[in-house]
Design a protein around this ligand. Structure first.
Ligand code: ATP
Ligand code: MG
Length: 329
C-alpha cells in the first residue's frame, strides 16, 4: 500500500535551514582535552545545519542556508564546499566584525568528546534576517529546524520567521529536536520554544531520549502516540547502528541499519535527516526514504570529518534491507 508524503514537493522551492557554520579541527590522537601540544587535523567544514544542507544539495535537490561566516579562510572554505556541492549560499552573510565559528574536538578513550567552541562570539552568533535571507525564505518550500540552533538567539528568531513564511505559502517543516535534556525539562523558555516548534512540525526526527523528552512522557509507544495526536504527521526515530523507524497515524515501518566500521560519528543524524526529507519531498515511500537515509547515515560515520561523508544518490546505494543483518526490535 502506498503511503503518501506530507512534505511539500520539491517543485514548491528549496529546502532551507538557518544555523551555525563552523570549522572543526580535531585531535589525531585519542586522549583527554587540549592541555598540552598535540597534533590536530583540519579545518573541516562543519556546523550541523551546514552538514544538513550540504547533504540535501549533494542529492541534487535545491537547498539553501541562512548563516554568517567571517571574512577569513575558515568562512571561504565552508562557502566553497557548499557551492561545490550545489547549495545556495546567497544568504550566507560575510561578517566584517566576527571570525568564522570554530570547534576543536578530541575523543576520549571511552568515546566521549572534549570540545573547545567559539560559536556565540563568532559570525554564527550574529546571524540576522538580512534581505538575502528574506529572499531565500520567500521562495523556499521546506524548512528544517534544529533544536540546537535555539541556543543561539539570532538564529532562533530567523528560524521562526522562516517557518511562518514557508508555512504561509504551503510549505512544510521538519524538526530535529537535538536539545540538551536539562535545557527543556520544566517550564522554561527552551520548553516553550520546543512546544511552539512541535505545534508547527510536519516531520519530527528525534534520536534516543529526544523522543520522550519532546513528548514529555515515558515510553516509546506513549511518546509516539502523544506526538501524533498533537498534530505531528510523521515521526522518524533514529536508532544509531540499529537503523530507524517511521511512524504516522496509520503506519509503522522499521528499517535495520547497515553494518559499517565507525570512524567518526559526527554528522550521521544530519545526513540521515537530510536524506529522509529529500526522499519524501521527491515522493518516495517511507521504506525507500528510510533505506537511503540509513545508507547516508552509515556512510557518514565511515569518514573522518563532519561533512566528508555526505553522499550523492549513487553513493548511498540502498541494498535491500536485510532483517538478519541486525535484529531490529
Ligand atoms: P548525531 O550523533 O549526528 O546527532 P543522531 O543521534 O541524531 O546523530 P543516530 O541515530 O546516531 O542519530 O544516526 C542517524 C542514522 O545514521 C541512524 O539512524 C543510522 O541509520 C545511521 N547510523 C549512525 N551510526 C551508525 C553506525 N555506527 N552504523 C550504521 N549506521 C549508523
Ligand atoms: Mg542528533
Amino acid at each position: 500500500m502506498k503511503i503518501g508524503t506530507v512534505l511539500a514537493p520539491e517543485s514548491l522551492g528549496p529546502t532551507i535551514t538557518a544555523g551555525e557554520i563552523l570549522v572543526e579541527i580535531m585531535a589525531t590522537s585519542v586522549g583527554v582535552g587540549f592541555q598540552e601540544p598535540i597534533s590536530l587535523i583540519g579545518p573541516f567544514p562543519s556546523g550541523a545545519p551546514a552538514i544538513f544542507i550540504d547533504q540535501v544539495a549533494k542529492l541534487g535537490s535545491a537547498a539553501g542556508i541562512i548563516s554568517a561566516v567571517g571574512d577569513d579562510d575558515f568562512g571561504r572554505l565552508n562557502i566553497a564546499r557548499l557551492e561545490r556541492d550545489g547549495a545556495d549560499v546567497s544568504a550566507i552573510e560575510i561578517s566584517a566584525d566576527f571570525p568564522t565559528g570554530t570547534a576543536f574536538v578530541r575523543y576520549r578513550p571511552d568515546g566521549a568528546r572534549d570540545f573547545v567552541f567559539n560559536i556565540a562570539k563568532s559570525a554564527a552568533g550574529a546571524v540576522s534576517a538580512t534581505k538575502a535571507a528574506s529572499d531565500l525564505m520567500a521562495r523556499a518550500g521546506h524548512v528544517h529546524v534544529m533544536g540546537s540552533a535555539f541556543t543561539i538567539p539570532g538564529i532562533a528568531s530567523v528560524l521562526m520567521e522562516a517557518v511562518t513564511v514557508v508555512k504561509s505559502r504551503g510549505g512544510t517543516v521538519s524538526f530535529d529536536p537535538n536539545l540538551r535534556k536539562e535545557l527543556v525539562s520544566g517550564e522554561g523558555d527552551a520548553r516553550r520554544l520546543l512546544d511552539d516548534m512541535l505545534a508547527v512540525t510536519d516531520l519530527l526526527l528525534p534520536s534516543g531520549d529526544e523522543l520522550t523528552v519532546a513528548a514529555a512522557i515515558d515510553g516509546e509507544e506513549n511518546a509516539i502516540a502523544k506526538l501524533l495526536s498533537m498534530g505531528v504527521s510523521e515521526i522518524v526515530l533514529k536508532r544509531g547502528p540499529q537503523g530507524s523507524s517511521f511512524f504516522s497515524r496509520n503506519h509503522r515501518v522499521d528499517c535495520p541499519g547497515f553494518v559499517v566500521d565507525e570512524v567518526d560519528p559526527t554528522g550521521a543524524g544530519d545526513c540521515f535527516g537530510a536524506t529522509f526529507v529529500t526522499c519524501r519531498r521527491q515522493g518516495r515511500e517511507p521504506i525507500d526514504a528510510l533505506r537511503y537515509a540509513n545508507a547516508a547515515g552509515a556512510r557518514t560515520v565511515t569518514k573522518q570529518g563532519p561533512m566528508e561523508g555526505a553522499s550523492s544518490f549513487p553513493e548511498p546505494r540502498p541494498i535491500h534491507c536485510n532483517q538478519s543483518i541486525r535484529g531490529l526490535i
